[in-house]
Design a protein around this ligand. Structure first.
Ligand SMILES: [Zn+2]
Length: 111
């Protein structure tokens, strides 16, 4: 078993699982049962899409990467954390690193 993708939500994980299933790649989602009770999801409990058969890893990663790029396009520009300076995808509401919530001023404005 090998990890291929950390999803931002269970919905996102499921979309990738479906894509991988189309390619006959068997998957397993770690942490999928932890959501719901928690509201805002700690990053350590993100759903993690894993594949059962390690030999499919490269194919799975290619699909996951394309999926991620498509998601990020929809998410808008990356957000720069005003607290720690790390960049997060535009659809994140908190910094992936320090978990500080983004203020509107944290969006890249090209000042
Ligand atoms: Zn931060």
């Amino acid at each position: 078993m090998r990890e291929v993708y950390r999803a931002g939500s269970l919905h996102e994980a499921q979309m990738l699982v479906d894509l991988l299933a189309d390619e006959r790649i068997e998957t397993f989602v770690r942490n999928e049962h932890l959501q719901g009770a928690l509201g805002e999801l700690p990053l350590t409990l993100q759903p993690i899409v894993c594949i059962i058969d390690d030999s499919k890893y490269l194919a799975a990663r290619t699909i996951a990467r394309d999926f991620e790029l498509a998601n990020r396009r929809d998410a808008g520009p990356d957000r720069l954390c005003g607290h720690c300076g790390e960049t997060s995808p535009g659809n994140f509401s908190v910094c992936w690193k320090c978990r500080k919530e983004f203020a509107p001023t944290d969006v890249n404005e090209g000042e």
